[in-house]
Design a protein around this ligand. Structure first.
Ligand code: CA
Length: 427
């Protein structure tokens, strides 16, 4: 597919450093509050937020089929609902007025159009209706099965036949920068015969990516793997915070509940599937052969480097995990086809997360559970402390990007969240 805004030769009149996630080829969508202004749809180039509502008022979208009110919304849902072609036209137009040979005169309005990202508040970009979490990394599922069940039969019998998932909680999805309190709940300590109540002791992150649905489907209608990309607007980084001790006690037989629903953190910019086009790659071979409704043609995985960094209270950082989205066994199109094969419908703003993305090597595991192997291999931190799981005061930062031609990269910024102490119920 030839997408004009993806042309690697284009440069912007905004200075973009080489290691920026946001060259002019990215043009993600989000919601920003510039100083003394209300929420509005925005994009980012380099470290400059581009106010798209002001761009509209300056006439920069003349001839593009978009209404002013869509850009004045609190969420990007109505923008996504315009459809892929309309959003492509918006992205292409931004590329035109932000490129070096700007013919529309945008640069002369830079003081109104641009705001340093550090001066803006970035809000949750999507009003998430429903959220589903998959479990689609074979390495992660194998690690967890090995630790908790049987190394010989680490994957359960269904795992290679369908993308396993569960319905998560949409209301507690928060934007990067929102602190997260350590949850409290019931756990069954080892060797105890009664559950105890108190703060989670095994607080964890999960390195995931989420996709955002940008098109409604009808109840009773199935989305095929071939059509799935029409429904997937874009992607974000996704930290599925997890309370392992609560999870262990509560998850039988219906799966995770309170161990997951207290918070999930996403990155503030939704990177369009269009912008990720150059990073398509083949997925792992699926053996045994999947059922016909899960078969697909073409390259449906994406080569996106992912990392997790922990920043301790004193400000020292350590990158504890380097992984890649391409390791996913089940791709997003298969996930969507499976999710709707029973007739379940999707709505604009629904979100699906990948499941923890682990690679083969120990330093590519996407959770503390796996990195510390259930607490048996502590990780040394630069301040001299060690981590089996997360401590209060730790900030977890997810980052991710694809490396493009000409050295540019298309990235997601970060999904950051600080762990705050538990808040106990009053006696
Ligand atoms: Ca998860």
């Amino acid at each position: 597919m030839n997408i004009q805004a993806n042309d690697p030769k284009i440069t912007s009149w905004v200075t973009v450093s080489k290691d920026s996630d946001f060259p002019i080829q990215n043009i993600p969508f989000g919601i920003a509050m510039p100083p003394e202004k209300g929420p509005r749809v925005a994009t980012i180039i380099g470290d400059q937020v581009v106010d798209l509502l002001t761009a509209y008022d300056l006439g920069l979208f003349e001839g593009v089929a978009i209404k002013r009110e869509v850009l004045a919304e609190r969420y990007i849902n109505d923008l996504m609902a315009l459809g892929k072609n309309a959003c492509r036209a918006v992205r292409n137009r931004i590329s035109v007025f932000m490129r070096s040979d700007d013919t529309l005169g945008a640069k002369s309005h830079a003081d109104r159009l641009l705001h340093k990202v550090s001066d803006c508040e970035l809000l949750l970009p999507v009003k998430v209706g429903d959220y589903t979490d998959f479990y689609s990394s074979k390495e992660h599922a194998t690690n967890v099965g090995t630790m908790f069940r049987d190394p010989e039969n680490a994957l359960l019998p269904n795992w290679k036949h369908l993308p396993v998932g569960y319905h998560g909680r949409a209301s507690s999805i928060v934007v990067s920068g929102t602190p997260v309190h350590r949850p409290v709940g019931q756990t069954m300590p080892p060797d105890a015969d009664q559950p105890v109540f108190g703060p989670c002791k095994l607080m964890d992150f999960e390195l995931e990516m989420g996709f955002v649905v940008g098109k409604d489907s009808k109840l009773g209608h199935r989305i095929s793997t071939e059509d799935a990309e029409d429904y997937i607007f874009g992607m974000v980084l996704f930290n599925d915070w997890s309370a392992r001790d609560i999870q262990k006690w509560e998850y039988v037989p219906l799966g995770p509940f309170l161990a997951k629903s207290f918070a999930s953190t996403i990155s503030p910019w939704v990177v369009t599937l269009d912008a990720l086009e150059p990073f398509r790659t083949k997925g792992p071979e699926q053996d045994p052969e999947v059922l016909p409704y899960l078969k697909y043609k073409g390259e449906k995985n994406y080569d996106l480097e992912l990392e997790v960094t922990i920043r301790t209270e004193g400000g020292k950082e350590k990158t504890v995990c380097n992984s890649n989205f391409k390791y996913m066994y089940w791709n997003m199109c298969q996930q969507l086809a499976h999710h709707t094969v029973n007739g379940c419908n999707f709505k604009v703003g629904d979100m699906c997360a990948s499941g923890t993305i682990s690679g083969k090597s120990r330093d590519s595991f996407g959770s503390m559970l796996e990195l510390s192997w259930k607490g048996t291999r502590p990780i040394e931190m630069p301040d001299g402390t060690e981590r089996k799981f997360l401590k209060d005061g730790d900030t977890v930062l997810l980052r991710g990007f694809g490396k493009g031609e000409n050295g540019y990269r298309i990235g997601f910024g970060e999904a950051a969240g600080k762990v705050l102490p538990a808040v106990l119920p009053e006696e």
